[in-house]
Design a protein around this ligand. Sequence first.
Ligand SMILES: *Cc1c(COP(=O)(O)O)cnc(C)c1O
Length: 415
Amino acid sequence: MFTQDKKFKKFNSKVWLSTPTMHGEELKWMTDAFDTNWMSTVGENINEVERMAANKIGCKHAVALSCGTAALHLAMKLAGTKRGDKVFCSDMTFAATLNPVVYEGGVPVFIDTERDTWNMDPVALEKAFTLYPEVKHVVFAHLYGTPAKMDELRAVADKHGAVIIEDAAESFGATYKGKQTGTFGDIGVISFNGNKIVTGSSGGMLLTDDTEQANKARKWSTQSRENAPWYQHEQLGYNYRMSNVIAGVIRGQLPYLEEHIEKKRAIYERYKAGFKGLPVTMNPFDEKNSKPNYWLSCMLIDQGAMCKQVRGDLDACYVAEHGKSCPTEILSTLAAYNAEGRPIWKPMHMQPIYRNNPFVTVEGDGRGKTNAYISGGGVDVGMDIFDRGLCLPSDIKMTADDQQKVIEIVRACFD
Ligand SMILES: *Cc1c(COP(=O)(O)O)cnc(C)c1O
């Protein structure tokens, strides 16, 4: 419980969750596009960022697109998702991971989360294949920049002959057993949205080693024009290509990826040290096999240290209690001091739009208390992490002093 005798000064300038960090070269390459009049979806910046990204990630082709969601949509088309097909999807992720399944008429089947990396649970995935053996496509994300259990997920998918679409939108630069995320799926996706670890203000890429796939994605993204003197179309097209101006921003940002990761790592480590003695843990990862990009630092409150919290569809309330706290209290307290945190991405099986879709979990019965869920119900892993977890301010322009104050505010919530 946050006690009023703990007085902190409000942050003068807002401490953000995660905002763009520019360095200068971005403007140079944008200006270059302007000065040479390549103000379109063709140009040297696009060629160069495709080359740089493929080189960094270690894949043959990176196709520059308008956003990560567009890349996921083209990935679903390449995988061949058809109307009515069920697709196994991450449950605790941003909706853009799986909305493209629905664009193609597919039906997302949500797979519960494991507790070791907060990503798709390979055990639940295996269970899903016993329930729906006909499924041929799996799409999952590396949440908050933490690599999923890649070997296990790959083994399950291979056993059942399924194709993997890997959503590395949040994990650009993170590695698993020394390999970049985005290279483990049959098709990979990254994003340059404004809140990601490097940004073009928007933008995304489809990653593949298959030249034919890359060519198809490029063609579809530029309205599927055939090689003819007039506009000739044999396939459905999309206007999904990246702008050469946006590519200029990305071209200036890419050299700073490792620096951004290092700063995000330092933020994570400072929180971890700063919360010593509190009944909380940081978002976990496989320390032996993976290197996250630490995009967002998150915390999880021990079950026994949760005060009562009730969440409806659009709002929440809690009952303050000495020695205990909850995400609702911590987030509202941070907001009162002008600092931005965020709840854990609300699991898809709890979203009104997807409430009737199948959900596969290995804990509890999986379904039920989706309205006004009361803490401690322990129905499934995703719901439990959503209940007890939160994303902390993780902006790389946050000073160590500001972060120290965030830590003290969080600590005071447990008084
Ligand atoms: C940001 C994000 C996307 C979508 O990327 P955009 O470039 O914003 O379209 C997809 N999946 C996840 C997990 C994301 O965080």
